[in-house]
Design a protein around this ligand. Structure first.
Ligand code: NAD
Length: 330
């Protein structure tokens, strides 16, 4: 298939080309993000390939459909950036990579937690400047503490398992509880109980209309004071302005976020010589107890290989279905 691959970086091209050796699709790499203004770039391509900050909303999908797009291959797990209903109406099929390396994301969430709790980011700078004092660097033992996992799917389960290894008590909340979580020693509770009890909260549910601003002003009022909040899932799970107030009042003890509500304007680009206009984001960076990373939790070589291989296989399989070579499985 002719595939327009949006928002590509050199590492995408390298891994996609390697995986494509077995498939033979015609891949055309485009740097811009997909959106209403860039949808015409896909004219004449029967398939397009997207990442997390490409936006396939209703108007964009209409342009794509009018120009012959039949397939959207997401090279990510989340699909909150695609209007699925509109795509179905227009006859555009969607494929994605449901699991490429849940370990990569879960391990990164643990990394953020350890860094924040033990202030490793501050210690790193201090020692480089010849300051070997320990004032202000005290954390707490994770052993025996309570960790709340919101969303106990593939990533949440692995995160829970790792934290169990640290000797933590694990609470979980999920709309669809699964026995695997309880088998590894987790206990399901309702959200208010998790908020009230957890010393650490890690978000691993998808972004949906129900989970948008799950961490709201009301939720922050219920949480255990001093909680460490980790978000490696999607930025809009958290009401950023409410979280800033929570940090100022010390209700939130520390925040680790790999994702940000308005990240599409910032992440994956080198803006080091620019004046960043997002004051909310800049305020977050001012806190000593906040670590922001630019959506890199997935970013391991293992994950990049899996993403590329699964995406290319998805395109090949979808092409067979679109050509009527194999029946659609319902
Ligand atoms: P998954 O589908 O395996 O698990 C998601 C879990 O959330 C499921 O158990 C589901 O039942 C639960 N859930 C759904 N709606 C819920 C709700 N309203 N309240 C509570 N739980 C709910 O997904 P996964 O592979 O574990 O990925 C989780 C999320 O991580 C993805 O949706 C994606 O947004 C994010 N992610 C981030 C990165 C990154 O690099 N930062 C990489 C991959 C995935």
């Amino acid at each position: 298939m002719r595939v327009a691959v949006f928002s590509t970086k050199p590492y995408d091209c390298r891994h996609m080309d390697a995986a494509n050796a077995q498939h033979g699709h015609e891949l055309v790499y485009l740097k811009p993000l997909l959106g209403q203004d860039t949808a015409t770039l896909a004219a004449g391509f029967s398939a397009i390939c997207l990442f997390v900050n490409d936006v396939a909303d209703a108007r964009t999908l209409e342009t794509l459909a009018a120009n012959g797009t039949k397939l959207i291959a997401l090279r990510c797990a989340g699909f909150n950036n695609v209007d699925l209903q509109k795509a179905a109406e227009l006859g555009i099929s969607i494929v994605r990579v449901p699991a490429y390396s849940p370990y990569a994301v879960a391990e990164f969430a643990v990394g953020l937690l350890l860094t924040l709790n033990r202030k490793i980011h501050k210690a790193y700078n201090r020692v480089r400047e010849g300051n070997f004092t320990l004032d202000g660097l005290a954390g707490f033992d994770l052993h025996g503490r309570t960790v709340g996992v919101i969303g106990t799917g593939k990533i949440g389960l692995i995160f829970a398992e790792i934290m169990r290894g640290f000797g933590c008590r694990i609470l979980g909340y999920d709309m669809y509880p699964q026995t695997k979580f309880e088998d590894l020693g987790g206990q399901y509770v309702q959200l208010p109980e998790l908020f009230k009890t957890a010393d650490v909260i890690s978000l691993h549910c998808p972004l949906t209309p129900e989970t948008r601003h799950l961490i709201s002003e009301e939720a922050i009022a219920q949480i255990k004071p001093g909680v460490i909040l980790i978000n490696t899932s999607r930025g809009a799970l958290v009401d950023t302005e409410a979280v800033i107030e929570g940090l100022k009042s010390r209700q939130i003890g520390a925040l680790g976020m790999d994702v940000y509500e308005q990240e599409a304007n910032l992440f994956f680009e080198d803006l080091s010589c620019e004046i960043i206009q997002d004051d909310v984001f800049e305020r977050l960076l001012m806190f000593p107890n906040v670590i922001v990373t630019g959506h890199q939790a997935f970013f391991t070589e293992d994950a990049l290989i899996n993403i590329a291989e699964t995406t290319l296989l998805n395109i090949t399989n979808a092409e067979k279905i679109l050509n009527g070579e194999v029946p659609v499985e319902v």
